[in-house]
Write a protein that binds this ligand. Structure first.
Ligand code: SF4
Ligand code: SF4
Ligand code: FES
Length: 269
């Protein structure tokens, strides 16, 4: 089951209830995970995590969960901490767990959630503060797949071209190919194999990225890239559970990308 990775030796405590709805016609309560390594009790111990319940007037903020969180940060509690940048579903930084599903806060409509909206960090990841997961490990894994074009031929004077069909493999006929991945990690943090083996299994986000370079007709390092994945954990811990594909807020299919890599492994034997 998806779990928030609590700080060591901690347990949930009762959070605060703040009603800032001021007799509004359209109210909504947000239950927001709060924890900061800098918030300490009288004895100097870091305070336990909690869920604060904040009720707001929906007519005072935009329609998305990110709009509500920013309204709360800007008007009620400036210490609330979250990542965001584009607010258009293209940077991947506002990924979090909303109403039990990993998704992007900027593209998740408040009206899509019945009742209170529970918001917590991506599950099974260490937390830096509040809704901000620690992405150091996943980015270290990302570097291992060497996510750049490797070629044997001299650099041309202009860009390296590829056919429309070859480009389609990366972009997808419908724009949902592996090149559309925004590295939000909603998929990896929904994958049970990744929860339990993140130290050695690369997880769906990184494997989809690996496939993006393996499938690139301009890249000359396919054999070397497959060699690097030929490992019982790095690739083969995927058991086709499909959580990743079901969760991806961009509609991509990491499970299919992983299956394509496995097929290429078999084909070259
Ligand atoms: S298909 Fe593979 S990578 Fe995707 S959730 Fe399942 S085990 Fe994880
Ligand atoms: S495959 Fe989808 S869920 Fe996974 S990192 Fe890329 S955009 Fe995010
Ligand atoms: S803020 Fe960029 S994806 Fe949500």
């Amino acid at each position: 089951m998806a779990e928030i990775l609590l700080p060591p030796n901690s347990r949930f405590i009762k959070g605060e209830k703040i009603d800032a709805s001021d007799g509004a016609k359209r109210k909504k309560t947000f239950k927001i995970y709060r924890w900061s390594p800098d918030t300490k009790d009288a004895k100097g111990n870091v305070k336990n995590p909690r869920f604060d319940e904040v009720t707001i007037d929906l007519d005072k903020c935009g329609p998305m969960v990110l709009d509500a969180l920013l309204y709360i940060k800007n008007n009620i509690d400036p210490t609330l901490t979250l990542r965001r940048s584009c607010r258009e579903g293209i940077c991947g930084s506002c990924a979090m767990n909303i109403d039990g599903t990993n998704t992007l806060a900027c593209t998740k409509a408040i009206d899509d959630v019945n009742g209170d909206v529970q918001v917590s960090p991506l599950p099974h990841m260490p937390v830096v503060k509040d809704l901000v997961p620690d992405l150091n490990h996943v980015y270290a894994q990302y570097t291992t797949i060497e996510p750049w074009l490797k070629t044997d031929s001299p650099a041309p004077s202009r860009e390296r071209l590829q056919s429309a069909d070859d480009a389609d493999i990366l972009n997808g006929h419908d724009g949902h190919g592996p090149a559309a991945c925004i590295l939000c990690f909603c998929c990896s943090t929904s994958c049970p194999s990744y929860w339990w083996n993140a130290d050695r299994f690369l997880g769906p986000a990184i494997l989809l990225q690996a496939y993006r370079w393996i499938a690139d007709s301009r890249d000359d390092a396919t054999g070397e890239r497959l060699d690097a994945l030929e490992d019982p954990f790095r690739l083969y811990r995927c058991h086709t559970i499909m959580n990743c594909t079901n969760t991806c807020p961009k509609g991509l299919n990491p499970a299919k990308a992983i299956a394509e890599i496995k097929k290429m492994m078999v084909a070259r034997q």
